[in-house]
Design a binder for this molecule. Structure first.
Ligand code: C2O
Length: 596
């Protein structure tokens, strides 16, 4: 009796276990079409265990909800995870950039923690630079591999108006510490500014001095690299490990004060030691004056869909396919407005290559330019950065900088395209990037040409009439371009010229009107120091103006071009022209109208 009971119960147990096993086997469906895990690096956290300090590197899997729960159910029929005989069917492994497994997760219901996976290192020890994860479904022998992510946290560059007093003080400390370093130290304030441009009087040119890129498609890339290393140096100098460069969103139409220099940058302190403030600026701007509306409006540049244009043409967002070069022209539409006109309306140091980066506002201006580059891309419709093929010279061009230890470093165009993945930063409002390719060819036909040698442009409005030849009134192909060649200045004028076409006699110029075509300004090397770049060219598309004027039957063979000098406005919005000690004279060599 006793024996048979034992026999029966043993049988029952074995039967139950076997059945259970087969039932599980039968139920364990495989999922052939699961997506790859999308890994995101979240942040680092410091913690302590028994007196030892560690840093935890936190990550998450963004598409965790796309996996069936079953994938992470307890799987007692599969090998145990350590002592855990009830571990998850699918295990998660974290691997480094050499494909070595550095940590893993195997507890059942792993799905609940896919948004907070991590690995740790003793504090101060460098983590592997990049990691990825494998999801290993042990039941069906399927491994899903994620993208790899950098283990450096993505830093966020924010609007200056959101900076706390503490953050502003960290900025000030960083600047002061950099300013206290010797001019020959690559991490000093002056050395960094001299990388942008320097005068002969600044001493024997040191490595990387005078290397700012203007007037070619390297403009945006070079300044992005420059900001990136400057920011690392400033952060280290500030002592705040989270410091990032703020941006000045001067084009924000929802903020009536957006066109004023942000307050912390124009407030001299009682003791005169606010390092964000410099006196070498337009006094109107330093007293709360407003940038002219036409200086901050990037809509003309944003309408363009091509990043680059052929050598000789500035009709693109990013610049002509030439260079590298310090003072090339024509500038791209975006480099012209808002970039250049911001410089010349702030004036003072900001007005020339050789002094611009000594003004702390330079960095605030250029983060915004860098941010607008991302915003332009995000508009899609064919907008893209250079891609391999035609873009090779851009992708491969190497520029030299210094990191926070003073070591020489280099970057290429290809290494700075994705700010998040490659440079570990983004803007607080950065939209996701859309990439598509685009290209364009040009063919030029000159319709009018005028020698302007005996005409000088000063502060007073000036109009010039050109006669278009060789055009019939039938539909014509190609964009109409206003081409100003061999333009020379004897000093860098403060403010800029708004250009209008066929502005009716007596009508008040308004940059929002259909007659406005763009801005001409002279941010560049101070002439005395760089005579070889004293001549520049400017190109403006007349396509929109032509279209609108034709529609209103206001278009004729006579094209009248009007130059209106403009500059910072008084805080009450009045147009003012600041008197310069030495008023600048602008001499345009030739003015042409061409169809491209
Ligand atoms: Cu290289 Cu805004 O200047």
């Amino acid at each position: 009796m006793k024996k048979s009971y034992l026999y029966l119960s043993t049988f029952a147990v074995v039967f139950f276990v076997v059945c259970h096993f087969f039932i599980l086997e039968a139920l364990a469906a495989c999922f052939p079409d699961l997506p790859s895990p999308q890994l995101t690096f979240e942040r680092t956290e410091d913690y302590e265990v028994r007196g030892r300090e560690f840093t935890r590197y936190r990550m998450s899997i963004a598409n965790a909800s796309e996996y069936p729960e079953e994938l992470f159910a307890a799987a007692p029929q599969l090998p145990a995870c350590g002592n855990n005989t009830n571990s998850s069917r699918t295990w998660l492994d974290i691997l480094d950039n050499t494909d070595r497994r550095i940590y893993g997760f195997c507890a059942a219901n792993l799905q609940n923690v896919l948004d907070r996976i991590w690995f740790a290192r003793p504090r101060g020890e460098a983590p592997p630079p990049r990691v990825y994860v494998n999801l290993r479904d042990r039941e069906c022998d399927v491994t899903l591999t994620s993208n790899d992510v950098s283990t450096t946290p993505v830093r966020i560059r924010r609007n200056i108006s959101d900076y706390s007093d503490e953050q502003l003080n960290a900025l000030r400390t960083g600047i002061e510490v950099m300013q206290s370093r010797s001019d020959t130290d690559p991490t000093s304030w002056i050395y960094q500014a001299n990388i942008h441009g320097a005068f002969a009087q600044d001493g024997t040119p040191q490595p990387a001095w005078n290397s700012c890129q203007h007037g070619s498609w390297h403009f945006l890339a070079w300044h992005r690299m420059y900001l990136y290393y400057f920011e690392r140096i400033l952060r280290q100098a500030s002592g705040d490990p989270n410091l990032t460069l703020p941006y000045w969103n001067y084009g924000d139409t929802n903020n009536p004060n957006a066109r004023q220099i942000p307050l912390p940058y124009r407030q001299p302190s009682n003791t005169g030691d606010n390092p964000l403030y410099v006196t070498n600026r337009s006094s109107i701007m330093n007293n709360g004056g407003l940038l002219p509306e036409s200086a901050v409006d990037h809509s003309v540049a944003f309408a363009l869909t091509n990043f680059s244009s052929p050598a000789g043409s500035g009709q693109s967002f990013g610049g002509q396919r030439s260079g590298p070069g310090h003072g090339l022209s024509p500038h791209s539409v975006f480099e012209g407005t808002p970039h250049d006109v911001l410089h010349v309306n702030i004036g003072g140091w900001m007005g020339s290559f050789e002094r611009a980066a000594r003004d702390p506002i330079f960095w605030l201006h250029h983060t915004n330019i860098d941010r607008l580059w991302e915003a332009w891309l995000a508009q899609g419709n064919g907008r893209s950065n250079p891609t391999s093929g035609q873009g090779d010279p851009w992708l491969n061009e190497t520029f030299t900088f210094f990191d926070e230890t003073g070591a020489t470093v280099t970057l290429t165009g290809a290494e700075i395209i994705h700010t998040i993945d490659q440079l570990n930063y983004r803007y607080d409002d950065q939209p996701s990037q859309v990439e598509q390719a685009s290209s364009r060819q040009i063919d030029q036909k000159v319709l009018a040409k005028k020698n302007m040698k005996d005409i000088q442009l000063k502060d007073e409005p000036l109009s010039i009439t050109l006669q278009l030849a060789g055009e019939t009134h039938e539909l014509v192909k190609g964009d109409l371009i206003l081409d100003l060649e061999d333009v020379q200045v004897d000093a860098l004028p403060l403010g800029h010229y708004e250009i209008y076409v066929n502005l009716p006699e007596g009508e008040e110029p308004n940059y929002k009107s259909e007659y406005y075509v763009g801005n001409m300004s002279f941010f560049g090397p101070a002439k005395t120091d760089s005579p070889k770049v004293s001549s520049r060219s400017f190109k403006f598309s007349l396509a929109e103006v032509e279209k609108r004027l034709k529609k209103n039957h206001q278009w004729s063979d006579e094209v009248r071009v009007t130059f209106i000098k403009t500059g910072p406005k008084s805080p009450s919005g009045q147009r003012m022209i600041e008197k310069m000690a030495q008023p600048a004279t602008v001499q345009i060599g030739t003015m042409k109208i061409v169809r491209e």
